[in-house]
Ligand binder design. Structure first.
Ligand code: NAD
Length: 498
């Protein structure tokens, strides 16, 4: 069986000896095993990082950017291989997997501009003969702990910015699909990065706790579910580390009566069901404003959902593939049971879905639930599957209140032809990322990504200038160069008392 090992200098001897199974979600078979590391393995990785980081930080930013450029080219050259590998472990279709790699690559492209971003600030003449300047310096060693659902993009969000800024980086990817992060680390080395600058350690809670407690790790970036995010934030900050921890989501799409419903249905087909709904920026809740809008929307949604093709992850015609594990399939179906018990109408039922020829795969059929209410647990919690819930709103204010009062505040979208309503919504909604006629408003790499409320713990967002802020600290220098007297004798004398 294929074995996935750690990517650390000096081999991966030691470790806990424990392993985790990696599924092929399309076939339902175990395709590989990944080693689970422990505190000793992490300690070795940190020692290596400490050795290589100072020289990397002293390498001029343009040379650091050149490594990023070569890495970018290598990712492009290996795009197909990366996407197929990703798809085989995650279950998302190959085109989606390419999108996963591509969105991470865009942050690497941004990181290629690091010399410009690191220029700092300067004030001449802040006082008589006094200048003040500030510079951004790396933190030292950064760590990233990432979820299963974007195994290429999210690691690149983190290490792209951290390393370009002069840090060494230790990545702990999801144990469910760790192979693409490993390939990225190999390609980064091939791009000319010093050995040990980017290391990958695998593991579960044991390894995560070791990262949280290691005194030489200065900062931790986490993306995953909210309870774990809160735990990471609390324990990491208690250990005096800088921490950003992004959590779960329940994004709403508000549909105003004047919206172009054909466009909305088209957008929802991708945003609610694409990647089997396993996206933190998916749109699993649609909020039609007014009964008439709800009925018109439902009528158009039903045939569109029936037309979705569920297939194995390398089926080029499939809209989406299997979910990641058998436990996750059971969890999603459990949420549909709960919704039904709570009184939601199961309009289209994806439970018990079986794909001919792949009966053991972890497939969930597309599901549509209507008459979902804010009191239902199935509404309040994240389902993270191909399930779209309709929550009917009476008017604009009612629709605005739903995402604003929800525990999660990652993304939200409004569909309307009315500029005033859209502007009002964007300014008042209590959510971090807003789309106006854009179903999945993930900001481009030169802006920044981050949700609010239980979707994001910590103050600084991912990538863009915010990412640079997270991975650097600012040093402020106030300088005065008194006149040396002009005769070369350096007449400046430090004043003394008396
Ligand atoms: P997860 O929380 O189960 O795992 C995330 C990471 O935490 C993994 O590396 C995992 O090994 C580790 N982990 C798991 N249990 C742990 C524990 N008890 N203690 C310490 N570490 C632990 O998340 P997941 O299922 O891999 O990913 C899906 C979740 O991530 C969803 O909730 C989704 O919304 C969220 N997500 C959020 C964003 C965002 O930007 N807000 C982006 C992508 C995914």
């Amino acid at each position: 069986m294929r074995q996935v090992d750690h990517f650390v200098v000096g081999g991966s001897s030691g470790g806990s000896g424990r392993k985790h199974q990696i599924w092929n979600p399309s076939t339902g078979e175990v395709q590989a095993e990944v080693a689970l590391g422990d505190a000793d393995l992490l300690a070795r990785a940190v020692e290596t990082a400490k050795r290589v980081q100072p020289e990397w930080a002293a390498t001029n930013p343009q040379k650091r950017a050149r490594v990023m450029f070569r890495f970018k080219e290598l990712i492009e050259a290996n795009m197909q291989e990366l996407a197929e590998l990703l798809s085989s472990e995650h279950g998302k279709v190959v085109d989606d997997a390419k999108g996963d790699v591509q969105r991470g690559l865009e942050v690497i492209e941004y990181a290629c501009g690091i010399p410009q971003a690191l220029k700092g600030e300067y004030t001449q003449g802040a006082g008589p003969g006094i200048d003040v300047y500030s510079m951004r310096q790396p933190l030292g060693i950064g760590a990233g702990i990432t979820p299963f659902n974007f195994p290429a993009m999210i690691p690149m969000w983190m290490f792209g910015m951290a390393i370009a800024a002069g840090n060494a980086f230790i990545l702990k990817p999801s144990e469910r699909d760790p192979s693409v992060p490993m390939r990225l680390a190999e390609l980064f080395l091939e791009a000319g990065a010093p050995e040990g600058l980017l290391q990958v350690v695998h593991g579960d809670k044991e390894m995560v706790d070791a990262i949280l407690d290691h005194p030489d790790i200065a900062a931790i970036s986490f993306v995953g579910s909210s309870d774990i995010a809160q735990y990471i934030y609390s324990r990491g900050t208690a250990n005096a580390k800088r921490v950003q921890a992004f959590g779960g989501a329940k994004n709403h799409g508000i549909v105003m009566p004047d919206a172009d419903l054909d466009q909305v249905v088209n957008d929802l087909s991708g945003a609610a069901f694409g990647s089997a709904g396993e996206r933190c920026m998916a749109l699993p809740v649609v909020v039609p404003v007014g009964e008439d809008t709800a009925e018109r929307l439902k009528e158009k949604l039903i045939p569109a959902i029936h037309a979705l093709r569920v297939g194995v992850s390398n089926d080029p015609d499939a809209h989406y593939g299997p979910v990641v594990t058998p436990e996750h399939k059971a969890r999603i179906e459990g949420w549909i049971d709960t919704a039904e018990k709570e009184g939601a109408e199961v309009v289209i039922d994806g439970r018990g879905f079986s794909l001919q020829g792949h009966e053991k795969g972890f497939f969930v059929g597309p599901t549509l639930l209507d008459h979902v209410t804010p009191q239902m647990e199935s509404y309040r919690e994240e389902i993270f599957g191909p399930v779209l819930q309709i929550v009917r709103a009476t008017d604009f204010e009612d629709a605005l209140r739903l995402p604003s009062e929800h525990q999660y505040g990652n993304g939200v979208a409004i569909f309307t032809r009315n500029g005033h309503a859209a502007r009002e919504f964007a300014s008042r909604v209590n959510v971090g990322m807003v789309g106006i006629n854009v179903p999945i408003p993930v900001p481009v790499s030169y802006h920044s990504f981050g949700g609010w409320k239980r979707s994001g713990f910590g103050d600084i967002d991912q990538y863009g200038m915010e990412g640079l802020k997270f991975w650097t600290k600012v040093k402020k220098v106030t300088q005065r160069w008194p006149d040396g007297g002009g005769d070369g004798s350096n007449a400046f004398v430090i004043p003394t008392m008396g």
